[in-house]
Design a protein around this ligand. Structure first.
Ligand code: JBZ
Length: 251
């Protein structure tokens, strides 16, 4: 399967990416050449003497808008005049980023990501350069840089070989369509709080069933909306029926 090998990120603040890309899983993936992240400072592609990237909105109203010329020059300078890869704009007006969008994008070999700042980008960038618009959620941010890192993180960890364990990405919340079961590690007793005895039993079939039921219980308690789309077995459905009127709502 082909999966993302290269991200080209267009931003006014490339320096904010470095600390996150230089730590942990992403650093390792980049070092091992499973993924490449090229950062491009849009300001480097300005041609005026003051390197201006923003201007006042036509029609007034305050705030600033990112000018189209430096963005087109940057993207076309790096990718050519007809980019072969998706050009993703991070914007509150985009489609919601979900695990299924991450899986869809992880299959592509190359992505360009454009980070807005100020009130956003000139509409002609959206109309004539951008091919996909994505939002990471309904909250107010100052720019697209953190959302870009969210995409890069969520997509990179799906690339085969990035996580040590080949099943690493399978068990996580949302991969199964359910929230995760609770995790415990040593010690078996901490300040009088014991690890559930089930997990110390060594009975792997019973542990797997317990974990599945814990995932179902959590999802039913906290995110019942997810149950509508999660693949559920007959046994799962029986367990969920048993929860109705059980008094476990508050968990
Ligand atoms: C996003 C002006 O640039 C912005 C501002 C907010 C914002 C983004 C870009 S992307 N919020 C989101 O994904 O929710």
């Amino acid at each position: 399967m082909i999966s993302v090998k290269r991200f080209d990120v267009f931003t006014l603040f490339p320096e904010v990416f470095d600390p996150y890309l230089q730590a942990s899983i992403l650093q390792r993936a980049i070092q091992r050449e499973l993924v490449e992240v090229q950062l491009h400072n849009i300001r480097d592609w300005t041609t005026d003497r003051h390197h201006v990237t923003d201007d006042e909105p036509y029609g007034g109203g305050g705030g600033m808008v990112m000018k189209p010329e430096p963005i087109f020059t940057a993207v076309e300078g790096v990718l050519g005049t007809a980019p072969a890869c998706p050009v993703i704009l991070l914007t509150p007006q985009g489609r919601s980023f979900t695990q299924s969008v991450a899986q869809e994008l992880a299959r592509l070999p190359h992505l360009a990501i454009l980070c807005g700042r100020y009130e956003g980008v000139d509409e002609r960038v959206r109309l004539h350069l951008v091919t996909d618009e994505i939002s990471i959620g309904d909250f107010v941010l100052t720019g697209g840089e953190l959302p870009a890192l969210v995409l890069i993180d969520a997509i990179t960890r799906l690339i085969p070989g990035v996580l040590g364990d080949p099943e690493g990405a399978q068990d996580d919340s949302h991969a199964s369509g359910l929230l995760e079961y609770p995790h415990y590690t040593r010690p078996a007793e901490f300040r009088g709080w014991r690890v559930p005895e089930m997990l110390l039993s060594g009975d792997h079939a019973r542990i797997a069933r317990w974990r599945r039921e814990q995932a179902l219980l959590r999802t039913w308690q906290r995110r019942p909306d997810l149950l509508a789309n999660a693949p559920l077995t007959e046994a799962d459905l029986r367990f969920l029926e048993g929860l109705e009127g059980s008094g476990l709502e508050e968990g």
